[in-house]
Design a protein around this ligand. Structure first.
Ligand code: HEC
Ligand code: HEC
Length: 460
């Protein structure tokens, strides 16, 4: 290895450790206060503007909503409530997707149909990009969506946003950083705002604190010992024929050298049940199909009803801080981790727990408490994968713990063969309890207790 390369690798290694160490050393850095007025001194001038903009309600159509209203610093920059979709600036329109966390997004590569997989083994496939369908290539480009979306921040135009900046509290700072005449060119000023918001999300430690119990554990730090229950949960997570979460929520070293992002940035079709709580779903002809539309348009099926491999695929999200959420999947159809994990375990063995059914005869049978559907009539027909048109179900994933358990996508391109299904769920109830204990260790801001507990939930 030549010296320059060695030196470069050393710098990369140090900066990667730097990230982790910094976060772990200051566990409190993930506290809500980091998002507001305290220490900004470590941020560049551009990122300081981004921070002001992130909390600035004057950047919305009705001057009543900032980025932080949906991406709350107190909830790992995720939603502060359990609503599937949020109310927009106009006070009457609802969004169409659940709010994702903005943590650990800074190093996401741009979208590609043939993205490299960070595990270094899996063949290239759709991956990267921001939003659940990857339609924004960078954090800077992404800002157009919330700022101009009529059901979110509801500005009529980029000019309206730039005007708000121009008369706003930090206009002088904006001019200082981006040039005295910055407000003369609307497109350029709007792009500068994107750069500022991106700089804030990249630089501020609160977006990537690496301060969870799991971080202490993988870095072998004091206080990072996992309990027996958490260790068993990690084992379930990683074991190919049990939880197999790691197949998509990849926790090894990622592109930026950091470990434990719990995503491989790919897209998969999991077949989340349709969520009647989303107003758009009142229209039976409306389907949110992720990579194949409606919001991205480059993979839209040529004809309605033509099988398309991209349909139904949504981004694999990071599982960091997932235990702080009360709304899960792109359509927010689930509200507890217990539901999510049971869904993975029984989507195919007991679809009647999750999807609506019709017909049948006799007395309805009670489904388990975690199920979305309270009861099932014997002999009824289950409308499985009801949030995708029948022709577009070809890419539904069948890896363990789902489906046949025999591998990845079933019939890319849309097969019509009936699916074979393994007859028993791959996880036991104990596995599920342990797995959820492990997911809890991914929450930032962990402070090791003075003395380790010897009994209680998630201990033995
Ligand atoms: C009304 C709620 C709302 C507001 C306000 C809002 N967002 Fe979002 N944000 C969302 C939703 C919903 C998504 C997912 C949308 C999708 O996938 O189509 C999202 C996605 C994102 C993503 C992509 C995350 C990922 O996982 O790829 C980023 C980055 C982001 N928002 C930043 C911002 C910024 C910066 C602002 C302020 C300028 C903002 N958001 C304002 C609701 C909101
Ligand atoms: C085949 C790939 C794959 C496997 C295997 C997998 N997941 Fe996922 N996971 C996804 C995708 C894709 C989504 C997003 C689905 C959506 O938005 O509709 C997701 C979403 C989630 C969410 C919701 C996160 C959020 O912010 O809304 C949780 C929690 C989760 N997975 C946990 C797990 C666990 C635990 C396992 C193992 C038992 C697992 N996943 C196995 C692909 C996978």
């Amino acid at each position: 290895m030549n010296k320059c390369v060695a030196a470069l690798l050393l710098i990369l290694a140090l900066s990667a450790c730097g990230n982790g160490n910094h976060g772990a050393a200051s566990g409190a850095s993930s506290s809500p206060s980091t998002g507001s007025d305290d220490d900004s001194s470590s941020l560049s001038a551009m990122a300081q503007i981004g921070k002001k903009a992130f909390f600035d309600t004057t950047l919305s159509g009705f001057k009543d909503m900032s980025c932080a209203d949906c991406h709350s610093p107190e909830y790992a920059y995720g939603p502060p409530n359990s609503l599937a979709v949020q109310l927009g600036s106009d006070g009457e329109s609802y969004g169409t997707r659940a709010v994702p966390s903005l943590r650990y997004k800074d190093m996401t590569p741009a979208y590609s149909d043939e993205a490299e997989n960070p595990d270094g083994v899996t063949l290239s496939s759709p991956g990267g990009g921001f939003m659940d369908d990857g339609r924004a290539d960078s954090l800077a480009d992404q800002i157009t969506f919330p700022l101009l979306n009529p059901v979110e921040m509801d500005n009529p135009s980029k000019a309206a946003v730039v005007e708000a900046l121009k008369i706003g509290a930090y206009a002088a700072q904006f001019e200082q950083v981006f040039g005295a005449n910055v407000f003369d060119d609307t497109d350029a000023a709007f792009a500068d705002l994107g750069q500022a918001l991106q700089a804030f999300q990249r630089e501020d430690i609160s977006f990537h604190p690496y301060s969870s119990k799991y971080d202490l554990y993988i870095e072998n730090k004091i206080g990072g010992g996992l309990t027996p229950a958490e260790k068993r949960g990690l084992e379930v997570f990683n074991t190919a024929d049990i939880g197999n979460c790691v197949a998509c929520h990849y926790g090894g070293a990622s592109f930026d050298g950091n470990t434990g992002l719990m995503t491989d940035f790919t897209y998969q079709a999991i077949g989340a049940p349709r969520n009647p709580d989303i107003p758009n779903n009142d229209d039976p002809a409306y389907y949110d199909m992720g990579l194949c539309g409606p919001y991205r348009t480059d993979h839209t099926p040529a004809q309605l009803g033509t099988p398309d491999a991209y349909c139904g695929q949504f981004k694999v999200p990071t599982l960091r801080n997932v235990a702080t959420r009360t709304v899960f999947f792109h359509n927010g159809v689930f509200h507890t981790l217990d539901q999510v994990v049971h869904f993975y375990n029984t989507r195919d063995t007991n679809p009647e727990y999750w999807y609506p059914s019709s017909g049948g005869t006799g007395t309805p049978v009670d489904n388990p408490d975690y199920a979305l559907q309270p009861t099932f009539v014997p002999g009824a027909t289950v409308d499985k994968f009801d949030d995708l048109p029948a022709d577009e179900q070809g890419s539904i994933d069948e890896e363990v713990p789902l489906g046949t358990g025999v591998g990845g996508d079933n019939t890319l391109g849309g097969g019509t063969e009936p699916r074979a299904v393994h007859s028993t769920p791959s996880m036991t109830e104990q596995d599920i309890t342990d797995l959820i204990c492990f997911l809890d260790t991914l929450t930032d801001g962990y402070q090791p207790p003075e003395t380790a507990p010897t009994h209680g939930a998630c201990v033995n």
